[in-house]
Design a protein around this ligand. Sequence first.
Ligand code: M6P
Ligand code: ZN
Length: 183
Amino acid sequence: MQRMNWAHGVLEPAPEIRETIKTLGQLEGIFQDASAWRAMDPGRVVYRVQAWCPVVEGTEGGLFWGTTLVESGQVGSEYFMTHGHFHAKRNRSEYYATIEGEGALILMDESRKTWTEPMSPGSVHFIPPRIAHRVANCGSVPLRFVACWPSDAGHDYEAIRKSGFEAQLLNVNGEPKLVRSRT
Ligand code: M6P
Ligand code: ZN
């Protein structure tokens, strides 16, 4: 058993809880405005993930539980967001549920059609099979959400590193707007 602190959206530290931090420097090529990205502190934290993986990664039939905190911020006009991934096993799905903050779940299918679902405290999101997913923080406080995904889903980051998402979530006159990067 593990314990979640629901008020703070974190798992209580334990040997079984894996913690990772993603800094701007580790997210090269992810944000659209490369010169704005270069001008920022590469050590600045964009998001933190805690994961409870009670079975070995790759095991069929298990589930993983995680919490993610995306800091508030922008690279140029693009909101701070997670790297984003397809599942390595493309037919695996996932749940996200928001604890605190305001943002958007950005979804993209294999034909690169991209859309968003607004995230706010209490919103629960089903990420269907074969859909890439990432989370952007559009607010001024950290965005905290929990996730639950199959232990054999895996992460395909390469597809996103190579081609990105079809559209970026930008701050346009103070409002989040999905802007297509290609025609
Ligand atoms: C959620 C889950 C994790 C994922 C994390 C960060 O907690 O989907 O599997 O690792 O978000 O997202 P990413 O892996 O795209 O950086
Ligand atoms: Zn996933």
